[in-house]
Ligand binder design. Sequence first.
Ligand SMILES: Cc1ncc(C[n+]2csc(CCOP(=O)(O)OP(=O)(O)O)c2C)c(N)n1
Ligand SMILES: [Mg+2]
Length: 361
Amino acid sequence: MTKVCEFEIHYTRFLDSEGHIASPLPLFADDSNALKALYRWMVLTRSFDARAVALQRTGRLGTFASSLGQEAVSVGAAAAMNDDDVLVPSFREQGALIVRGVPYKQQFLYWGGDERGSVYENNCQDFPNSIPVGSHAPHAAGAAMAMKLRGEKRAVLCLFGDGATSKGDVYEAMNIAGIWKLPVVFVINNNQWAISISRDKQTAAETLAQKAIAVGIGGEQVDGNDVIAVRHVVGKALERARSGKGPHLVEALTYRLTDHTTADDASRYRDENTVAAHWKEDPVARLRTYLNENAGWGKNDEEHLLETAAAEIEEAAQAYLNEPPQPPQSMFDFLFATVPPELSRQRDEVIRRVAEGGDNG
Ligand SMILES: Cc1ncc(C[n+]2csc(CCOP(=O)(O)OP(=O)(O)O)c2C)c(N)n1
Ligand SMILES: [Mg+2]
């Protein structure tokens, strides 16, 4: 027998779990303002999540998927994008949306079931959250195909979970991206759980990054709780994609520190001691320690940030709560540019029934 191929999967981390330097930092980390911006976005994401959960618990928001513990993946990956790149996110990437400038109020609207929350005010070409697991990966490949056909120096960033990598549509998207050398970077936000199914029960593959090998594209792992590493690894992959060198897969290793969504109770299927151990990897505390020790980040900076973050989120929450709801027929208004005749008929019927004083008939 002869060996035909051999592969390796590499792992990158710059900060250890205590926030100390584990290997020489990439160039962009010389700019302490860039690191403070990453830290601020992570803190804002955490504040947003906490407020959203509180709104849901008091009956003022729909089911919500918190990203507690995973902020460095969303924030680090989106921070590596150029403005004219395109984000194709799954439903747990509020950190990425915050980095991209999607107003908090719009994010609250979205989770409150109001489709205006997906029509981004800043008019960028980013896609709305994908609630179906993995079905947005082929869309990401399609958007990348459009960029390639137009000869644009742009790239697509597509984020999905570990569970999504067991789905056919994700594999198909990576496969076509490999064949056509599309400018797309797939990032797996590996939080170790697909609702109650732990990573080891999802696939026998040793790493998720190695799924890239089967489709002939590059794949690697990164410490998903080290925002510097995520920003660096995804940044390099996006640069390669923009310059015509094709797609890449990044597996970011992190941990979901809370329930799957507000409709879940994780204590029914996982051990609290394990969760507590993962708090020692907290991405926010890790960068804070680094900033304390290397960038003059002090108690006053921290207090000021926490106060302003809470105030910004609160203002948006109040604006969301004060927004008059959409009329029932709005359910037809956000799917098609022109509503097809059959749906148009149904839309008219909804308007008529509401005008008649009820919609139960
Ligand atoms: C196509 C599809 N199947 C099932 C579901 C129900 N569902 C919602 S989230 C989820 C698990 C997703 O796990 P993962 O991809 O790891 O993402 P995470 O929720 O951990 O961020 C499932 C099965 C869904 N939303 N879409
Ligand atoms: Mg998961």
